[in-house]
Write a protein that binds this ligand. Structure first.
Ligand code: FES
Ligand code: FE2
Length: 344
């Protein structure tokens, strides 16, 4: 499988760097070390130029990182600035560094040429909201499966009815009414209204309501989703598209997820979730994080099972259903981008 290098991938949580020690992570097959040089975050190859020791086993020293094998010291642009016992430092004594951004509490790394890093490609939150409007929590799960299977999962919510009946309490309607899928320049938009619903049990509504859920699934594997409960009639009033969020009467929540391919057959799935401040608190946030952990463990079981079968039967042809429209759109987009990518 190939993945585009000229994209932003989540490499780790921002707070993993708070301990002042370097952090090791793997993205698109490359081992990276992330560390803080003063206020800025540095991502570079996790490999000392001397004898290939892991720099993530090194020590942060102010604005530099020391390899703890024989003590070579690196600055924030990956250049060796000290070789204990040797005055001359070769010009070539440097490791590759990567462009880095911090967003949603995650460190995003541009895996291509840093000079080409396009900050316009970082995912934005939807119009009408900012992160501080929500009380969020986060988590991550490691998958023994290729990232694309997780993307397929996130582009077809009909699985909610079967995989997440207990965790999310999803009913069969998820499998009977496909979401509306629209191709975007860099992803797929999925939208769903349920009119005249009795609403989630925790809201205890006296009247029926309209429920909204909409998300963008963006290259190279980022989901940005809002959902909420609105007064009856809002679906029609909104032309069955995204509603005015100020009309929400409950359950307004944000979900952001990012799938990072670690290797051909492993991936890390990051998630952030939480209620809008007007409709929840820390306790409801914690409950949402716990349910997400439970639900994504259900996905993991299904997806790792698929990977075993796909590996055992590489000649297999898969049979799409009506629910696969979004998957087909997204995978075509990824195939087009990956044609110019190097294999992992
Ligand atoms: S391997 Fe890093 S200093 Fe020797
Ligand atoms: Fe799922």
């Amino acid at each position: 499988m190939v993945y585009p290098r000229n994209e932003w991938y989540v490499a780790c949580f921002e707070d993993e760097l708070d301990a002042g020690a370097p952090v090791s992570t793997q993205v698109l097959g490359s081992w990276l070390v992330l560390w803080r040089a003063g206020k800025s975050v540095v991502a570079m190859d996790d490999r000392c130029v001397h004898r290939a020791a892991r720099l993530s086993q090194g020590r942060c020293e102010g604005d530099s990182l020391r390899c703890m094998y024989h003590g070579l010291r690196y600055d924030a642009v990956g250049k060796v600035v000290e070789i204990p016992g040797q005055d001359l430092i070769p010009e070539s004594a440097r490791v590759r560094t990567y462009a880095v951004e911090v967003r949603c509490g995650w460190i995003w790394v541009w895996m291509g040429n840093p000079a080409e890093a396009d900050r316009g490609r970082l995912p934005n939150l939807p119009d009408q909201v900012s992160l501080s409007d929500f009380i969020t929590g986060a988590g991550a799960l490691d998958f023994s499966a290729e990232a694309r299977l997780i993307s397929d999962n996130l582009l077809d919510f009909s699985h909610l009815a079967f995989v997440h009946a207990s965790s999310f309490g999803a009913d069969l309607a998820w499998a009977h009414t496909p979401m509306k899928a629209t191709l975007l320049e860099r992803g797929v938009r999925a939208e769903r209204w349920i009119e005249n619903s009795s609403g989630p049990a925790f809201l205890n509504l006296s009247d029926t309501c309209d429920e909204w859920l909409g998300y963008d699934y963006l290259v190279p594997g980022v989901l940005v989703m809002l959902n909420g409960v609105f007064p009856k009639g809002t679906a029609e009033l909104s032309g069955f598209r995204k509603p005015d969020l100020s009309l929400a009467i409950g359950g307004l929540a944000l979900n952001v997820q990012a799938v990072t391919p670690k290797t051909e057959r492993t991936a890390r799935y990051y998630f952030l979730t939480g209620p809008h401040r007007n409709f929840g608190d820390e306790a409801s946030r914690d409950a949402m994080v716990a349910i997400n952990h439970q639900a994504f463990a259900e996905d993991k079981l299904m997806i790792e099972g698929q990977q075993i079968i796909l590996d055992a039967t590489p000649e297999l042809t898969l049979m799409p259903t009506i629910h696969d429209r979004g998957i087909t759109m997204y995978n075509r987009l990824m195939d087009r981008l990956s044609m110019i990518a190097e294999p992992l």
